[in-house]
Design a protein around this ligand. Structure first.
Ligand code: CTP
Ligand code: MG
Length: 386
């Protein structure tokens, strides 16, 4: 069997999805719904050119979406889905076209296996083949808020698209029912007495109809990567009576020298967060000598990094901070530091780890000249689709 051309109807107004642009032009994970529908169709084998049917009011928007694909020019649809399908069928011409698949732009999850099952069913001599999924819930007929009767669900099924047909048969069937309002093409085929096979559908091939469906689709289509950033920092001791470490005040015979409160624990944390986001380092965001940051609590730096994460929809998976010094003794403060850091990051404490170590008297930390810190932060970062 040759490749089967597809009519992709995208001329609706998407009213049930709420106010705004028609749903096919609304974004899911950075791309319009129509783009996702095209992408899934183009990944299937055995499909021919894709003829899109649009509302000409949105022609410019449409051309932006399809610019990257090599498709026939879109044709204008009508006031109902049925009218739009007929416009698509007429545009395909009756020349050499033997079969056609008719698909909704609102379904972005078509699979190759489903297309294969439809092609196979057409090859078995049916006039048409449509995907159906079984009803698993008990089905009621209701009227004015009351249950009227329970239907026998064993004979009922939900119809999906793409729906496949012999081209001439479905074109004739559509031409014969112009002006009615049938919601799928199998219903049009029924009026002409065509033999339409019910092929096993795909629960995953859902239609995006409501605002909630957009959220579900975004979860299925979103791509993320795990990225790790590291931080390293050192501050020298200066005369004073306490140090700030991981947001906790610790009494000591000296303080740490620095522009801010010199919290080496939070500095390495922020540096590692920036690193994992590919967002530079502390020096870029909080320039040395900048009066705006002079004397500020380092928890403010954490807040800036958290804002950046929120803006980019980044999720913190884990933060591991190591403090390196001979004095003061820090082990007793570890639980408070862990709690403080998880509060600043607004994550469960299980996502934060604080380690402390001495260097056995060696090096500048061993000689008590200052405190060093290092951190590794793991983030889950959204990755755009190309
Ligand atoms: N469709 C169309 N022409 C119409 C109406 C619908 O091409 N006059 C298309 C839609 O763009 C969609 C498919 O038919 O891809 C299925 O219709 P539906 O999910 O009902 O979409 P809308 O009609 O746009 O949405 P709503 O019913 O919520 O307004
Ligand atoms: Mg509709």
């Amino acid at each position: 069997m040759d490749d089967i051309p597809v009519i992709l109807v995208a001329a609706g107004r998407g009213e049930r999805a709420g106010a705004g642009l028609p749903k096919q032009y609304r974004q899911i994970c950075g791309k319009p719904l129509l783009w996702w529908a095209l992408r899934s169709l183009l990944a299937c084998e055995g499909l021919g050119p894709i003829q899109i049917v649009i509302n000409p009011e949105f022609k410019t928007l449409h051309e932006d979406v399809v610019a990257e694909f090599n498709l026939p020019a879109a044709v204008s649809g009508g006031a109902t889905r049925q009218a739009s399908v007929l416009a698509g069928l007429e545009a395909l011409g009756s020349g050499n076209v033997a079969h056609v698949m008719i698909h909704d732009a609102a379904r972005p999850f078509v699979s190759n296996d489903l297309v294969k099952r439809l092609r196979q069913s057409l090859g078995e001599g049916n006039d048409g083949a449509i995907p159906v999924v079984a009803m698993t819930d008990t089905v009621k007929r209701c009227h004015e808020g009351l249950v009227v009767e329970t239907l026998d669900r064993s004979t009922l099924a939900r119809a999906q698209t793409p729906q496949a047909f012999g081209f001439h048969a479905i074109l004739a069937a559509h031409r014969a029912v112009v002006g009615t309002e049938l919601t799928d093409d199998a219903a049009v085929a029924e009026t002409a007495g065509l033999k339409v096979a019910a092929v096993t559908g795909d629960e995953g091939n859902s239609k995006v109809t409501t605002a909630e469906d957009f959220e579900i689709a975004a979860k299925r289509l979103g791509r993320t990567e795990i990225r790790v950033g590291t931080g390293l920092d050192v501050h020298a001791f200066a005369p004073g009576d306490h140090v700030m470490l991981c947001g906790i005040r610790i009494e000591h015979e000296a303080t740490l020298d620095g522009d801010s409160d010199a919290d080496v624990g939070l500095h390495v944390l922020v540096d590692a967060m920036l690193g994992a986001m590919g967002a530079g380092d502390l020096g870029v965001h909080f320039p040395v000598g900048d009066p705006a940051w002079k004397g500020r609590a380092s928890s403010d730096l954490v807040a800036v990094a958290c804002d950046l994460m929120r803006e980019r929809q980044v999720r913190l998976v884990h933060a591991d901070i190591t403090l390196i010094c001979q004095k003061p003794r820090l082990a007793i403060h570890q639980p408070a530091m862990k709690q403080k850091v998880s509060d600043l990051l607004n994550v469960d404490p299980s996502r934060v780890n604080i380690k402390v170590t001495s260097t056995d008297g060696l090096g500048f930390t061993g000689r008590g000249e200052g405190i060093a810190g290092q951190a590794a932060v793991t983030l889950e970062v959204p990755v755009p689709w190309d």
